[in-house]
Design a protein. Structure first.
Length: 312
């Protein structure tokens, strides 16, 4: 198992390196002069050619792609995300400040998704094919088909505009987190409900379960020792993916609801071609994906040790 985890960590490092290189290449080869975009964002006015050339040197863009990439990766190896090409301030404090708005929103969305999906899936599997089961499947399918940006606009229209119960924009009070968290949570609930329901039904249909019952094993023991572990693997997979995608979805939801956070941080950085800031957000997102997938693989091995034996 240790060898398998070390292999996963090595692959994770390769993935992060590839993501960093690909993102830097995309930014470098995007249309337009990055030095001009940085100068316009820095001075917010028409800038002469000599100022653009000075900005190009200050941002490390004058030595070519590999020199600029090496100049960014070098400090990164020591844990330094660099300084903003526009403001000159360190990236890490600004990234941490933006994340302080994004992480609670993502956690709230995940909590809402779990609070809806788990009871709904359990109730649906009590009578497979019944009206509660069909209602749960229809509700989950509808939730999966509705884009987050459209759902967010509908919630704003209903609860903020027509009813006036909740604020639509900003992040000044706790009430401001309800609508964006609900937007995220409904999307998470749609995916998890279907997977939890399918996992439970498949686990209950295993051919060896009737034999266990004939041997006198109680339903509670069967559920604890056989149904739950069997149903947990696909649920853990989707839960891990949803947890990782929450960060990406939160960025879009923050823009819709006008909240500060990684969304506005990333949009402003892309518009200004602020390489260190964009790279910091992309690496953070990639790191979340890698860590979540690593944890999911470890949980697989804890649930079913045979997975680790096959990898060995």
């Amino acid at each position: 198992m240790t060898r398998g985890i070390l292999g996963l960590v090595l692959r994770a490092c390769v993935v992060l390196t590839g993501v960093a290189l690909a993102t830097f290449a995309l930014l470098w080869n995007a249309p337009g002069d990055p030095a001009l975009a940085i100068a316009l964002a820095r001075y917010d006015t028409v800038v002469p050619a000599d100022v653009i050339d000075r900005v190009r040197v200050e941002a490390g863009l004058d030595g070519g792609f590999w020199a600029a990439f090496k100049g960014w990766v070098g400090p990164l190896m020591a844990g330094d995300l660099g300084r903003s090409s526009v403001t000159g301030r360190a990236v890490w404090p600004e990234l941490a400040a933006a994340g302080s708005y994004t992480v609670p929103l993502a956690v709230a969305g995940l909590g809402i998704g779990l609070a809806i999906s788990v009871p709904l899936a359990v109730i649906a599997t009590r009578a497979p094919g019944g009206w509660t089961d069909r209602f749960a499947v229809a509700l989950a399918s509808l939730g999966a088909a509705v884009p987050a940006y459209w759902l967010g606009l509908l919630l704003i229209l209903l609860f903020a505009v027509h009813l006036g119960w909740l604020p639509a924009m900003g992040a000044r009070t706790r009430a401001h987190v309800i609508l964006p968290a609900l937007t995220l949570g409904l999307g998470v609930a749609a995916s998890l409900t279907r997977i939890i329901r399918s996992g439970i039904l498949e686990a209950r249909g295993q051919q060896f379960l009737p034999a266990l019952r004939r041997r006198g094993v109680s339903d509670r023991a069967i559920g604890r020792d056989h149904v739950v572990p069997h149903a947990a693997i696909p649920v853990v997979t989707v839960f891990g993916l949803e947890l990782a995608f929450l960060l990406e979805g939160t960025v879009m939801v923050e823009v819709i609801f006008g909240r500060p956070g990684l969304g506005s941080f990333l949009v402003a950085a892309i518009a200004a071609r602020d390489f260190p800031k964009v790279q910091a957000v992309v690496l953070l997102t990639a790191l979340v994906f890698v860590v979540v997938n690593l944890l999911v693989d470890v949980v697989y091995r804890l649930i079913d040790p045979r997975i680790g034996e096959r990898d060995a």
